[in-house]
Design a protein around this ligand. Structure first.
Ligand code: SAM
Length: 278
């Protein structure tokens, strides 16, 4: 294979760089070739506006209500021992999903990074008396107590520091972690960094992630959970219904892709749960 092409391009790149540094009038107008294959657009999150419709109304769209119904039906069908437990709902939004635990007679504490979401939760569900504003990546959840069950649906992929978030969840979890997240379709432990809007149901600072199932299983184990499971069944909603292709996609056929995980401190023999750790 000839190396003339790459060498020639490298010499031209060095020459162009030198001309640019000297401010030569003959500096080329075309951008320099990149030494790495990078495709990133500049963004100024600090000065970005929230998109239209990006307030708490986003929690009540037909799509949001449909996926909530499917998630809760799926969780109820697993028949996990949840009744009467203490539950921490992290990334609770406006409190829709916490109602499942209220109905099961649990003591429920809700946490969300956004003041407006917690204010809306208090208006909608006055019975949820323990609701706090806290960023799970920064505020130790231990200030709210310890819990039999930590419930974390729809949050992990909104974190820019997902391992820090999982460490925090583990630190207050005495029994089960119920986790639902958008994922990327990859068999290794990878995580894709993604831009998100500043809507009330998105990442706090515009930066989220799409971890692969292996990444989630590995991270859950390394932060301390000895047991990590996948339910055999999937919620009856399009985001959960897809075939694996191992190509790093996190969006397919017009929708994102999601999975449910259960992590536990103690072994959880269950006909519907498959252990993910070998
Ligand atoms: C997609 S909503 C999920 C709400 C609810 N759990 C559900 O599944 O319907 C994501 C929620 O996570 C919250 N959130 C985003 N980043 C957070 C963070 N760093 N710490 C705590 N909550 C966060 C958002 O404010 C939003 O309410």
């Amino acid at each position: 294979m000839s190396i003339k092409g790459p060498l020639h391009r490298l010499r031209r790149w060095i020459g162009n760089s030198a001309r640019l540094r000297r401010g030569s009038p003959s500096a080329p107008k075309r951008p320099l070739p990149l030494p790495y294959p990078v495709a990133v657009q500049a963004r100024d999150v600090a000065h970005e506006a929230r998109p239209e419709g990006g307030g708490v109304e986003g929690f009540d769209t037909p799509g949001a209500l449909a996926i909530n119904r499917a998630r809760l039906e799926h969780l109820a069908a697993l028949r996990l021992p949840l009744a009467g437990k203490s539950v921490l709902d992290v990334g609770c939004g406006v409190g829709h999903l916490a109602q499942l635990f209220v109905k099961l007679g649990c003591r429920v504490v809700c946490v969300d990074a956004r003041e407006e979401n917690i204010a809306s939760l208090r208006q909608r569900y006055p019975a949820l008396t323990e609701a706090h504003v806290a960023d799970v990546q920064q505020v130790p959840l231990s200030r709210f107590g310890r819990f039999d069950v930590v419930f974390c649906y729809g949050l992990l992929y909104h974190l820019e520091d997902p391992v820090a978030g999982l460490r925090n969840l583990f630190s207050v979890c005495d029994g089960l972690l119920l986790l639902e997240t958008l994922v990327c379709d990859y068999s290794g432990p990878a995580v894709v960094l993604v831009d998100e809007s500043l809507s009330a149901n998105q990442a706090r600072a515009g930066l989220g992630c799409r971890p692969s199932p292996s990444w989630v299983a590995m991270a859950l184990n390394r932060v301390g959970f000895p047991h990590v499971y996948a339910p055999l069944s999937r919620p009856a909603y399009q985001d959960f219904q897809f075939a694996w292709r191992d190509n790093l996609d996190h969006w397919r056929d017009g929708h994102p892709i999601r999975c449910v995980f259960v992590a536990a401190r103690a072994e959880l023999p269950h006909p519907q749960l498959v252990p993910l750790l070998s």
